[in-house]
Design a protein around this ligand. Structure first.
Ligand SMILES: [Zn+2]
Length: 309
């Protein structure tokens, strides 16, 4: 077995709100929260949210300003309550009233904001993105094709024709730092990435497949390397559009790389010294600091590394 660190304080795994899961099925209770004068709404526009100019705080608006901007009254999603009872909602904005360019605000993406904002704002943004993406992609009943309606504060869509309830979708994906007996790590570059951009290997978990099998299968498919002993290291949501990244370390028992060129353009074994030299020279670019890939690489390496995409 590998001795591996557990990843803690992942940038997108910092939610603090009470999701109020028992209470949100009560539509009247949810409507009262929307009417609360303290209610704060995050407007998601094209995968971005309004933030302060330095990106350190999200900018929330009131329900009244959302309604004035013409957002559909039934398409608002309850994210939860802060410790002082302040309700937080998300809406899918049209871009008309997002506040960009007003009062020193700007729109910020989650990849950037994840490393800048507070624990509360990180959790709000991730939850909002995941829900907005799901609602936008699933307007109709998968059984009968009828347009569905959001209920439960936006955590269910119900079909008015056949009564089926549809729940938000989360797609589990494994992501794995593979190392070998010579203490080298295995990194790969996807065909769509520019030369020099490398990351850990990753792939979606298939139906009926345990996570550990997905780790072994994905590494074998992408690089021809056989791994054993996958060890879970931590997880974080990755709502681009709906993934949950499940981080692992695994030990390689073979070393000959044979890439599947559809998924991986090239893969490399790197010693700690080679990795350090390659990132310092700029020859190799590591994933952004908000990603679990980056944290897996740095956990294996033992400290933070310079540079990112
Ligand atoms: Zn239906």
């Amino acid at each position: 077995m590998l001795s591996v660190p557990r990843l803690s304080q992942l940038a997108l795994a910092r939610s603090t709100l009470d999701r109020a899961t028992e209470r949100r099925a009560n539509a009247a209770w949810v409507a009262e929260r929307w009417s609360d004068p303290r209610c704060r709404v995050l407007v998601i526009v094209d995968g971005k949210a309004p933030a302060s100019e330095d990106g350190s705080a999200l900018v929330y608006v009131s329900p009244a300003s959302v309604e004035a901007a013409g957002a559909p009254s039934d398409e608002r999603y309850l994210l939860g309550l802060d410790t002082d009872g302040v309700p937080y909602f998300a809406v899918h904005g049209t871009g008309e009233a997002d506040g960009e360019g007003q009062d020193g605000r700007r729109l910020i993406g989650l990849r950037e904001a994840g490393g800048l904002v507070s624990d509360r704002d990180a959790g709000v943004f991730v939850h909002a993105m995941a829900l907005v993406n799901w609602h936008a992609a699933h307007p109709r009943c998968a059984r009968c094709g009828t347009a569905t309606e959001p209920t439960d504060g936006g955590h269910v869509r119900r079909c008015p024709s056949c009564g089926t309830q549809h729940f938000p979708r989360t797609d589990p994906a494994i992501i794995v730092l593979v190392s070998d007996d010579a203490d080298r790590c295995l990194l790969g570059r996807q065909p769509s990435w520019p030369t020099g951009r490398f990351s850990t290997l990753a792939g979606f978990v298939e139906p009926g497949e345990p996570l550990e099998h997905a780790v072994v299968r994905e590494v074998r498919e992408e690089t021809g390397i056989e791994v054993v002993d996958p060890v879970y290291a931590g997880s974080q949501p990755w709502p681009f559009p709906s993934s949950l990244m499940l981080g692992f370390f695994a030990r390689a028992v073979t070393t000959e790389i044979k890439v599947d060129e559809e998924e991986i353009a090239e893969a490399r074994w790197l010693s700690r010294a080679e990795l350090r030299a390659a990132v310092e020279s700029g020859e190799l670019l590591l994933p952004g600091r908000v990603s679990i890939a980056r944290r897996l690489i740095e956990a294996w390496y033992g400290e933070e590394l310079p540079g990112d995409w």
